[in-house]
Design a protein around this ligand. Structure first.
Ligand SMILES: Nc1ncnc2c1ncn2[C@@H]1O[C@H](COP(=O)(O)OP(=O)(O)OP(=O)(O)O)[C@@H](O)[C@H]1O
Length: 740
């Protein structure tokens, strides 16, 4: 092995995935081509490399690097190249020159040790100096991390994600338990984590590996909506994942249960295996619903019928019988579920209930699972509605930085009545946290449409409650005359009943355009969005039209449609700044969506007068400004809130000219366009179509092949979720434990 030292003067090639790099190293007497895995190389840095000379057939003599040790550049030239390379946030070529003019060879020491001194330079304030210092430090840590982890085959891209998650604890966490990566880092699945573990020398039969495989299998089943897995299923799944015999899995399940890492529960045929929080939540939801619903209220001294009549006169409506029934039960019962499809009068019923309780001088609190649903509830009730997270006063625990709710059994919500809308979106964990924070004696009214897609998270809460027959449910099933005018409402109900739809009626709001292949479907959608709909309806083609696709991949999937839609709706323009990131281009004016909840992300209005935090999964915004030097993308949400995303945070954003139907849950848009074509049968379902269609307020256009539309309407296969809430609730009846 030989060692050579020099400064990087050119990077000829770099593979971002595996870090393979070809670079030119300026040594004392001549320039040398070096090749090898050096993912962190930057122009201007001085490095010492160890390796051997090889004679390449085409490129001649090269130095093949087996290890390298970077040292920060020491000459003024080297420092300039390094600082101006764009590696450090806030420093571009001009600023690099200014820093060097001022601090010369000490520039990097100043940035590292005394960044506050940078304020002596024109154009650098305290905030910017601090940011440059931090960025330099992060850069250094990240480079060390990449060097440390590349030996396990972890690509620089993943190192960046790992660093973002664990910061300076990255190496420690990865080396202690590489399987954690599969849980925490997007894009790293169990297989990749397992590969890393094997490079670290962890045996296929090691206790850690088998345990992690089982936990991973359970975690994965949560994302499919299950709150548990039957034991035989988890044994089979984990054994095939780990490629080891089933006995090892069985033994480990027992061990994990004894260590209280998982919970076994006796089922009628076999044990069910839960992750602990889900076991606690499922039982907790059941117990608390029973307690709340069994509470005996003192008689309220009003004539309910009379009160309803008064409100009917004030509002000039006549409630249908089951709307009245809902109002009466809301007063009598501790828990009431009101369910019904679009246009069946849920909102009108909620408003009547609110009025009655207000007349009784009772406190009422309104909530919904997402920001958008809460906003809509505020608009339709004229009363403040909060997200469930805000109702529960969400915060972070100081040590673990984990989400915690301030409101709970020890400090419950202080209200007489709580009404929650869009309950179909509430998963078992959130429902448990919500119910925990409600004191017995509060009236709880849960409103939702059980035919919508179930919650993204685990459980089938609303449907299980309804099907259990334990909690009072009022189903609204009459479509009111006004709502019947809308083919969107009428067809939504037809979809639900599996009937053929009314299509293309003149001057109505529900159209189908037959196209026989994907290419034509895409062309038609682009044409509709770009030309026909804006001209005919006078609408804004980016803001008012939402394309919804059942899938992400394929010609008519979200990825391709977004790329095509960007070309027509927000094309390349000299006046619009843009930035490319691997396969994506972000451009000022693009419609984007936040794709995970980020409770701490700060926002402020343009004038800086209002500030706050939180941006949520499914929120749609528009790129407002891109700052290439600062490496930030600014997105405008809700027409006023501006949020800045560091380039490193862009995995939280996706283009959203087109989104998946799943992501559209709980939102409404004036115009919806849906491509209808072949997809795996599990995606072509009735409730997916129903959810998509009911997102539209003014117009639905379906583009595609009628045979797949009919297939979707008929495909009522609900992919069952393993959830025991219904069974657990029904047991209270079977065992005669309920008082009528
Ligand atoms: N009892 C009633 N008599 C006449 N019209 C009614 C009655 N109840 C509701 N409506 C009307 O029916 C339409 C739908 O009612 P509402 O908005 O309450 O239903 P919804 O179930 O909340 O609908 P969506 O889910 O689509 O928002 C409204 O125009 C409303 O004014």
């Amino acid at each position: 092995m030989e060692k050579i030292k020099g400064m990087i003067v050119d990077i000829v090639f770099k593979n971002e995935e595996n870090g393979y790099t070809v670079a030119s190293l300026e040594c004392e007497d001549n320039d040398v081509t070096i090749v090898g895995c050096m993912p962190t190389l930057t122009l201007g840095e001085t490095i010492e490399v160890e390796g051997k000379w090889i004679n390449h057939k085409v490129y001649g003599m090269q130095f093949e690097v087996s290890s390298f040790m970077p040292s920060t550049p020491s000459s003024v030239d080297g420092i300039y190249v390094y600082l101006s390379s764009g590696m450090i946030k806030g420093i571009g070529p001009k600023m690099a020159q200014k820093i060097i003019d001022k601090f010369g060879v000490n520039s990097l020491d100043i940035i590292q040790m005394n960044p506050e001194k940078l304020t002596q330079i024109d154009g650098i304030g305290t905030k910017k100096a601090d940011q440059i210092g931090k960025s330099f430090e992060e850069n250094r840590e990240l480079r060390n991390l990449i060097i440390n982890l590349s030996k396990y085959g972890i690509s620089p891209n993943y190192c960046l994600k790992i660093y973002k998650k664990y910061k300076n604890k990255s190496v420690e966490i990865v080396e202690k338990n590489p399987y954690k990566l599969a849980e925490d880092i997007r894009g790293i699945g169990f297989k990749l984590a397992d590969n890393i573990a094997s490079k670290m020398g962890i045996s296929p039969y090691s206790k850690d590996r088998i345990g992690q495989g089982i936990i991973y299998t359970l975690n994965k089943s949560l994302s499919e909506g299950h709150t548990f897995l039957p034991k035989s299923k988890i044994i089979k799944n984990a054994s095939s994942l780990l490629e080891i015999e089933e006995e090892y899995i069985k033994d480990m399940i027992m061990k994990l249960a004894l260590e209280q890492k998982i919970q076994l529960e006796k089922g009628p045929i076999e044990d069910n295996v839960y992750l602990i929080p889900y076991y606690i939540s499922e039982n907790g939801v059941c117990k608390k619903l029973i307690e709340l619903s069994q509470y005996k209220f003192k008689d309220i001294k009003i004539d309910i019928e009379e009160e309803i009549k008064k409100i009917e006169e004030e509002e000039n409506i006549k409630l249908a019988n089951n709307q009245k029934e809902a109002v009466i039960q809301a007063i009598k019962k501790g828990v009431l579920v009101i369910t019904g499809g679009p246009g069946t009068g849920k909102t009108t019923t909620i408003n009547t209930i609110i009025k009655i309780f207000e007349n009784l001088k009772m406190d009422i609190c309104l909530g919904a699972p997402t920001g958008r649903a809460a906003k809509r509830m505020s608009e339709t009730t004229n009363k403040e509605a909060k997200t469930i997270h805000r109702l529960l006063e969400m915060g972070y625990s100081s040590e673990e930085n984990e989400l915690v709710f301030m409101k709970s059994d020890e400090d419950p919500l202080d209200t007489d009545v709580l009404i929650i809308d869009e309950v179909s979106m509430v998963d078992v964990l959130l429902m448990y946290n919500l119910l925990k924070a409600i004191k017995v004696g509060t009236r709880v009214i849960l409103v939702g449409d059980s035919d919508q897609l179930p919650s993204v998270g685990a459980g089938n809460v609303l449907k299980d409650i309804i099907d259990s027959d334990v909690i009072k449910v009022v189903k609204l099933n009459e479509i009111f005359r006004q709502a019947k005018e809308s083919m969107i409402v009428v067809n939504a109900h037809k979809i639900n009943k599996g009937e053929s739809l009314y299509l293309n009626a003149k001057d109505k709001d529900f159209y189908f355009i037959q196209k026989n292949n994907n290419e034509d479907i895409v062309k038609e959608i682009l044409n509709l969005v770009h030309e026909r709909l804006p001209v005919y309806y006078g609408i804004d083609n980016i803001k008012d039209i939402q394309i919804l696709s059942p899938m992400r991949k394929g010609d008519t999937g979200v990825f391709n449609l977004n790329a095509q839609l960007q070309k027509v709706l927000n094309p390349k323009d000299k006046l619009k700044v843009e930035e490319s990131f691997q396969k994506r281009i972000f451009r000022v004016g693009d419609k984007v969506m936040q794709i995970k909840n980020n409770y701490t992300k700060k926002w402020e209005t343009e004038d800086g007068l209002e500030k706050g935090e939180g941006v949520y999964n499914g929120d749609i915004g528009y790129i407002y400004h891109i700052d290439k030097e600062e490496k930030n993308i600014y997105v405008l949400f809700d027409e006023s809130k501006i949020i800045s995303y560091d380039y490193n945070e862009l995995d939280e954003l996706e283009h959203s000219f087109c989104t998946t139907i799943h992501k559209s849950q709980g939102s409404e848009f004036p115009v919806i366009i849906i491509p209808i074509t072949w997809a795996p049968p599990m995606l072509l379902t009735r409730n997916l179509l129903y959810t998509a269609v009911t997102r539209a307020k003014k117009l639905v256009v379906l583009v595609g092949d009628i045979k797949y539309l009919n297939y979707m309407i008929k495909n009522n296969r609900i992919y069952d979720r393993h959830s025991n809430l219904k069974l657990k609730l029904s047991r209270f009846i079977e065992e005669g434990l309920l008082i009528e």
